[in-house]
Design a protein around this ligand. Sequence first.
Ligand SMILES: Cc1cc2nc3c(=O)[nH]c(=O)nc-3n(C[C@H](O)[C@H](O)[C@H](O)COP(=O)(O)OP(=O)(O)OC[C@H]3O[C@@H](n4cnc5c(N)ncnc54)[C@H](O)[C@@H]3O)c2cc1C
Length: 495
Amino acid sequence: MEDVYDVIVVGGGNAALCAALSAKETVPRVLALERAPEEAAGGNSRFTAGLMRIAYAGVEDLAQLIDLSAEEIQQTDFGSYKAEQFLDDVARVTEYRCDPDLTEILVRQSFATAQWMKKKGVRFTAAWGRQAFKIGGRFKFWGGLTLEVVGGGPGLVDSLTTAARKNDITIWYKARATSLIADDEGVHGVVVKHGGRTTQVRARAVVLAAGGFQANAEWRARYLGPGWELAKVRGTRFNTGDAIRMALDIGAAPAGNWSGCHAVAWERNAPEFGDLAVGDQFQKHSYPWGIYINAEGRRFVDEGADFRNYTYAKYGRVILNQPGQFAWQIFDAKVKNQLRDEYRIRQVTKVTASSLEELVRKLDDVDADAALKEIKAYNAAVRTEIPFNPNIKDGRCTESLAINKSNWANTIDTPPFEAYAVTCGITFTFGGLRIDTGAQVISTDGEQIPGLYAAGELVGGIFWFNYPGGSGLTNGAVFGRIAGANAARMTSQRS
Ligand SMILES: Cc1cc2nc3c(=O)[nH]c(=O)nc-3n(C[C@H](O)[C@H](O)[C@H](O)COP(=O)(O)OP(=O)(O)OC[C@H]3O[C@@H](n4cnc5c(N)ncnc54)[C@H](O)[C@@H]3O)c2cc1C
């Protein structure tokens, strides 16, 4: 039996490190358990681009988070992203199922939490490269997603880890929590396999922040449905649902969209789990500028239904449902310069051709004749009189197709043509534990479990079917901070 800690945090990603830093503001003895070895630590948070969705009223707010030069301010239209817009976005994309109380906290605390992270040492910039277009010599941000952590996910995890060390938070790597020590009085610690040895570590409160179950193929097939074991995992291989199971085992209530997940278009030949050297670059997010073709040579989704931010997280499932679980994204020379950086990495499955006839023959595993017919029918259906404008939902659509494209419908007619093969990459699962607004875990009897808190991916109830891009890190930070503070606050009441 090891020493007693005030707070143990299970996990080593953004939610966990925020929880640990927050707890440490009140209590002296905080331990973080990270299942991964140090070089692979940081969970999914490390794989991100570091984009964080926050509510802000305008450039004055952003200037509190980012060192902006006068020139940058002058050359950029940052717009605003009001709390009401953020709330509307979460409600709309989750089809109005998001827990209203938790969503309100996520949104209303987003800006203050980013300020708090900055005080802890996280540095921010604006996502000029990903979320802004240049119009008339000025950058214009779109989609409400403006804030980016300097150094992306690795920068975020490194700065939070540095802050944790500076604050004398103990971190154990290769420390896999396996169960909770609990009785009728609540939770009193964690059983952990640390460096191959199983021990019990006692604490006055425990925060669970160990991610979802996306890296567990058996649970994917069990909860998301048949075929999900065939998806690639975009991020860490360590999020196998351990902490969810540990909490359910002691009577925690499940909550949220257990058959739902965030999943995107992902390089068809990517490895089974994420590769930190490639990060999120296996994703292929420029589909709104082109079309999708499946093995039968058919389009199967409205590529321009909305801004990429609001469709990408649900289209992975659509690709998984295609024959062979893959599709090709097709572009012509007119939009080539608009393709995101991730299209220029070495690890892409790509073909190029100087005619459509040649292109369709090069698409592996695709019915070439059907594909050619489909592309021609699509070209003929484009309302070319409506001007193309990537900065707004331009209404440049197709008409009379079985599946129309609602915006940004460009004809595929200018060589050279390019096509990229993608499959489904799962990001994280939506189902998890029920918490209250203080991030305390709720039991199946509807009561708070004394001494148990949770934050991040493993919490259910906020995201359903889909999610607005950049909300994952904000979610982990907001509720991690709350969970850590409340876990620490209640330690005085528990021995
Ligand atoms: C490729 C990719 C790109 C993304 N881009 C963005 C983005 O730009 N913006 C955004 O907001 N979101 C993004 N996301 C989503 C985002 O990563 C997650 O929503 C967020 O990082 C989850 O944070 P977390 O702390 O809850 O989980 P994680 O960061 O995954 O941390 C979970 C931690 O728990 C540890 N763990 C697991 N089991 C145990 C155990 N039994 N014992 C101890 N430790 C355990 C893991 O090793 C890990 O350290 C992206 C995800 C991926 C995969």
